[in-house]
Design a binder for this molecule. Sequence first.
Ligand code: AMP
Length: 599
Amino acid sequence: MAVDSAISSPLGPPACKKDAKALQFIEEMTRNADAVQERILAEILSRNAETEYLNRFKLNGATDRKTFKSHIPMVTYEDLQPEIKRIANGDRSPILSAHPISEFLTSSGTSAGERKLMPTIQEELDRRQLLYSLLMPVMNLYVPGLDKGKGLYFLFVKSETRTPGGLLARPVLTSYYKSEHFKTRPYDPYNVYTSPDEAILCADSFQSMYTQMLCGLLERKQVLRLGAVFASGLLRAIRFLQLNWTQLAHDIRTGTLSPKITDPAIKDRMVPILKPDPQLADFITRKCSEDNWEGILTKIWPNTKYLDVIVTGAMAQYIPTLDYYSGGLPLACTMYASSECYFGLNLNPMSKPSEVSYTIMPNMAYFEFLPHEPNANRFSSRDLPLKLVDLVDVEVGKEYELVITTYAGLYRYRVGDILRVTGFHNSAPQFHFVRRKNVLLSIDSDKTDEAELQKAMENASQLLKEFNTSVVEYTSYADTKTIPGHYVIYWELLVKDPDNSPSEEVLNQCCLEMEQSLNSVYRQGRVADNSIGPLEIRVVKNGTFEELMDYAISRGASINQYKVPRCVNFTPIMELLDSRVVSSHFSPSLPHWTPERRR
Ligand code: AMP
């Protein structure tokens, strides 16, 4: 029920008083976007005035935009490596931030094969929580009655390590779920999860997923929304149900917990929740034993109003599969965030995935935008020839790379995301997420670029040397038809000595060798998260890549400028490649991965 008009919002009638305050906050921030940005920059610069980094650029205490822009260079992670290394090694002096670095957040972006380490400070948790607190008030504008049931969200913590200097290094969501902000959050009828915190906080991904699924099944009629952070995570949960429904149904029938669940906190928590329910067990058995799982989500959770998962950017590849399993339920993308900083939210969360725009909240950090032009890479990141545009000055229709200055001590830092302006809410721009720069392949949170793929190829093809065989051409494809998805690499081989050609086993080993060479986020997905399937090499007939070139030229590519695409996803090209496959090979085992960094 809407509250009275005295606290109504231009965004729509709020569902309750708390929502009214949140919507009013969004209005205030977006109406005064420029003033808020100016204040945020001044705050960041004045509190960090004595940091080594700002002193190096002779800011001399200035906090205005003009001085800031003329003195401080735009940087990438690589530029900050020396500072980050010192902090990781235990230097507690104010290098980047006047506030102590509380931990490192491990980004899914990598540098030299390892996750990037993003410094953060304690109070950033408040900022993240603030953004989270805005999501349901916006959703309640579009979907009424969410206080009448629960959300089945598959949320996970991942492994953490310590840097040589003793700081924790872990993903941002692990940090958030383990924080008091999350664990002692006040009860909110609009935001109740079926998953007990004990399950979310269990580091063993099987036990965590099992318990979350079990609780979701037990409360299937209460579930009003289903979600995970990314689309790939929700599909992984569906796959988990396919593999484990027999045991889950058994637990529900008998009211006992599978012996595979050994975590004491989960076991204690499940005692009062799990009671024998043969009727529910029969229902689950009936539905899950059907061959056709089309629309399974709505069969099991019939009151689901929408799926809450990010399907923008690389995750768009999962939309057809999610539609299949959900019978076309609306897909809501609610927020846009990163380890470096949480950026903003979608003020129209029920919009079609292709039309999703995120409104950057001006209070989260100081935002600048690098006009994205194909030749922009001519300039090194320490130079300043390209003019960065302020948040309120971006132009509709144009593309920009996001550059941020944060409270935690990143100054004019290139995030690597390309965004297109679609419009404004008050004076705050709204952005379509176009893509992340330099990402060729992605299944889950892994991001593999061309150089990494090339290196992996070179390492794997070493194994072919003794067979006098080389890879003449290759390309790749993120196959998301399987769950989990997996990388497919197409190889055209030159076998010089057919009597001694590489065996099936050698080619399988090539798959594993490629995986060993890929970055740690990929290998973690394979080993710990089970979110990526074994890499596949498909060997194609000789001459296939020439046909590929002929095809591209027939479609207007210039013969002089033609380059083999290192990643493909255009259906006719896939069909051409797949029709020429002579053999396919899979990685026979898991690549090496431990939470520890290699260097
Ligand atoms: P991480 O650094 O691992 O925290 O990942 C953050 C990155 O994930 C962002 O910089 C984006 O590239 C991507 N990302 C986060 N939220 C979204 C979203 N809503 N849509 C598309 N991509 C996103």
